[in-house]
Design a protein. Structure first.
Length: 192
């Protein structure tokens, strides 16, 4: 993994990486792809590095042959399946993510057909259930508190085949200081 810029603007299609000093347990060592901003300024994202316990086929009957676990994208709407892919208009009804080469969701019947005929492989898609949501004010506050790094969404991050080590690899790519903090976070004592 190459060194990454970590101070981009947090827009749809970029990735949030939790700081090693993130205090909130639900965000500890998490990597989140931002997927939507609504008219009220609320932001939505999918965790990319949390293992899930639900099979894709249980979430979407159209994908009955996908008998592997989807990733856990967050605590909201945990029965909702999202699919991140690079198929673009090949998969009808896909939503293109701004500032990234990735698309979201699309026609699951068509995706099932593409998977069944091996025109697409499951490794070309990331299946995620649930999501995170921040109200506009909360999101801005977390950014001001330096709880997040914002990086470009790249193929090696979004489609990693080792999501459990993703956060550490990204932090290591920032350089020695971040790696030292990440390695010693459990020993650090923050005092007022």
């Amino acid at each position: 993994m190459t060194s990454r810029r970590k101070n981009l603007r947090p827009v749809v299609g970029t990735i949030l990486v939790a700081s090693p000093l993130m205090a909130r347990p639900e965000y500890k060592q998490i990597v989140i792809l931002l997927i939507r901003k609504d008219t009220y300024g609320n932001m939505y994202g999918l965790a990319l590095n949390r293992p899930g316990c639900v099979l894709v086929s249980e979430l979407a009957p159209e994908l009955e042959y996908c008998r592997f676990r989807a990733r856990s994208g967050g605590p909201r709407e945990e029965t909702e399946l999202s699919v991140i892919h690079t198929l673009g208009i090949t998969l009808p009804k896909s939503e293109l993510l701004v500032h990234g080469p990735f698309s979201l969701n699309g026609d699951l019947d068509k995706l099932a057909s593409l998977l069944d005929t091996h025109k697409v492989h499951s490794r070309d898609c990331v299946f995620v259930y649930g999501f995170f949501r921040w109200f506009a004010d909360d999101f801005q506050k977390e950014l001001l508190e330096k709880n997040w790094y914002v990086i470009e969404a790249t193929h090696d991050v979004v489609f990693t085949d080792q999501p459990e080590t993703l956060w550490k690899k990204i932090i290591d790519s920032f350089g020695d200081n971040q790696t030292i903090v990440a390695q010693n976070i459990n020993r650090l004592s923050l005092r007022n």
